[in-house]
Design a protein around this ligand. Sequence first.
Ligand code: C2O
Ligand code: CU
Ligand code: CU
Length: 471
Amino acid sequence: MTIEFPPSMQRRRLLTHGGAAIAASSVLPWMRHARAASETAVTFKLRPASAKAAILGEAKPKTDVLAYNGTVSGPVVTTHQGEPFSSLVTNGIGQNTTVHWHGIRLPNAMDGVPYLTQPPIRPGADFHYAFTPPDAGTFWYHPHEHTAHQMGRGLAGALIVKEPEPPPFDRDLLWVLQDWAFQPNDQFVPGFDTPMEAAMSGRIGSVVTINGMVPKPITLRAGERLRIRLVNACLARFMALRFPGHRVTIIALDGQPCHPFAPSNGRVIIAPAQRVDLQLDTIGEPGRDHPVIDDYYGRHATYRLVTLSYTRQPPKFRSLPAMPIILPPNPVPKPDLSNPVRHHLTIVGGMMSMGMAVDGKPAPVWGITDGHRKSDGMEPIFSIPRGRTVLLTLENHTSFWHPMHLHGYSYTVLSRNDVKEPYPHLRDTVIVGPKEIVDIAFVANNPGNWMFHCHVIEHQSSGLMTVINVA
Ligand code: C2O
Ligand code: CU
Ligand code: CU
């Protein structure tokens, strides 16, 4: 049996932190009841199922998709830092599924990896996820079973964990970025997860959407300070977004606040699964339009993602402070680099290793090795004693870019090719470029078996994944 409370009863403001003791004595009986029940109450229901979505806009025929609660992208799940959250997921598709809460440092059993942290959710069955997000920031959720098929057809949504005190932005915008490969009949190109897509850069669609729709112009007012939360929910597409005409500052990466910095060359790089929180100061003139440009794949593949269009209203504020807003840090433990446990993993494979035949067709082989053996995907490649700092070197022997994602942790990116990162920052997904070597570190404080994989989904499903154990 499940009980749903009206949103007002789920609000932490009533029973805010630091106030636990006070709350216990001052809450009304019904509030106390709500609080006790909130540990197990279902606060968010998610049902993946077939649906039709107007991805190409209202004027075009709808596309057959898989959708959470009928919408692409999925419903925006909003929760509060340090507050218990739970979700009942009911599988409405004809295939096993799970939900993975990407980037949340949660208990292993809630991580949503089939056969590793839970049995898959069978068609018609459900699973109850419950955790308390320790970090405020921009996260997302997606299936972790048949991911290329399910995410590729629309199953992905944003998970926003709010700070206890809302930072003083004039507006908070969310852009879930997805791309799609369409046939002329306005349906998806079938055959997700093909060997050809896997061997190359994965499926990169030609239609890019914001929050599930081909973007219409977005209206801004001059003289405002916006937070834009970017979520790259594409299977494989990298982006380099430019915002000419505005002042843009990166304030968080993968949900974790960073030392604010201006994107280098004005390009905001965002790989599959990564998130970037921007502060965008609308310093343009009233009545003007400005494009947002993605030029990641070079001049010939450059396109206009969306138009930011200023109203004629006079600037809300005559001048905006030069100092960016600094988000409060999350309680991620700092690595102790004086005596770390060291490990080295190498990414291998790609086009050159096509050769293993599957049904007479060549199959791409990607892999992760520790120098002795190649990971089989689900067996831990190494184990770390709990509490120790791990210094993990990632070496890319291939000629492709791999956004490498570790579940259950936010890690510090230390260096690239032995050059220290200019801004120490936390990530859960780091780009490792062709032939690049990236050092990351984290305190292994969250026990369990944690997936570590490339988030180009076709690479992941053809071998670019392993498991790291924290004992
Ligand atoms: Cu977005 Cu294995 O995760
Ligand atoms: Cu993840
Ligand atoms: Cu990859």
